[in-house]
Design a protein. Structure first.
Length: 278
């Protein structure tokens, strides 16, 4: 009988333990309410001025500042943010898998992407441009015919140039923009194309100052949005509210000056939040 009583007590303790876990132990993130322990935000790690992992492990850039502001409005202080590197080719999959709660990673809103994810924003209007060596004779898009043009896997920038401007351009796809910039520096490619905001960030880095120049072409309009898992309208609306507040209290303008000012980047005014266009 004594043995049976001990066994029953142990079983009861186990049941109580399981019950307590079920009632209060769900640590899953809830981006819309701030109820989880942490929020996971997808950013780039290799884009100066936008999303950069610093040598000491901290993060900087305009996307980082915007995401930090939004997270706080959702109920998450900076120490509760988990930054997740999200490369261009994996952004849709990262949201679908639940690897991140939202993505702020120079994520241009397009009709094709809207079929797979939902967007809040836009929060920045950039323009596709070219980065070339300071002594390059490339001055317009058609000059790229016969030249080697670099962009990253998963980006639409280089293909747009080939389709619409320079059909004889030789496309080179690398995994990151840092690799493209290194290729430009070494002469492996003749130009790098992506958004002017990204290119300006690289051109302003100390190790590259004076080596490169922006061609100054506005080849497209790139409306940056915050990517959210398809169907999560509630989170989209809350992020839009946060972005509107950021613009209204001048935190948006401050973030632009802090991150793009050193590169003398001529940014567009804040776009209308909630106006999702291609």
């Amino acid at each position: 009988m004594k043995l049976r009583k001990v066994t029953a007590a142990a079983a009861a303790a186990l049941v109580l333990s399981l019950t307590a876990t079920a009632c209060g132990g769900d640590d899953s993130d809830d981006a819309g309410s701030g109820g989880g322990d942490k929020i996971k935000i997808g950013i780039k790690y290799d884009q100066p001025g936008l999303g950069l992992k610093e040598p000491g492990g901290s993060f900087s850039g305009f996307d980082v500042d915007v995401a930090t502001y939004v997270a706080k409005e959702l109920g998450y202080e900076p120490n509760r943010i988990e930054w997740v590197e999200t490369k261009s080719a994996d952004r849709e999959n990262a949201l679908a898998r639940g690897d991140v709660d939202f993505i702020a990673a120079t994520y241009s809103i397009t009709d094709e992407r809207k079929e797979k994810v939902d967007f809040a924003g836009p929060y920045l209007l950039a323009h596709q441009d070219l980065l070339v060596k300071a002594d390059s004779d490339i001055a317009e898009g058609t000059d790229l015919n016969g030249k080697k043009l670099c962009s990253v896997t998963g980006s639409t920038s280089a293909q747009n140039v080939k389709d619409e401007i320079a059909p004889k351009a030789q496309l080179k796809e690398y995994g990151t923009y840092s690799e493209c910039i290194a290729g430009l520096q070494s002469g492996a490619v003749d130009a790098v194309t992506t958004d002017d905001s990204i290119l300006a960030g690289f051109a302003a880095q100390d190790q590259y100052k004076g080596q490169f120049k922006l061609a100054g072409l506005k080849l497209s309009n790139e409306n940056y949005g915050i990517g959210v898992k398809k169907g999560d309208t509630e989170t989209v609306n809350k992020i839009n509210d946060a972005l509107e507040k950021m613009v209204g209290d001048n935190a948006w303008e401050t973030a632009v000056k802090d991150n793009f000012g050193p590169a003398d980047y001529k940014n567009e005014p804040a776009p209308k939040i909630g106006n999702i266009v291609q």
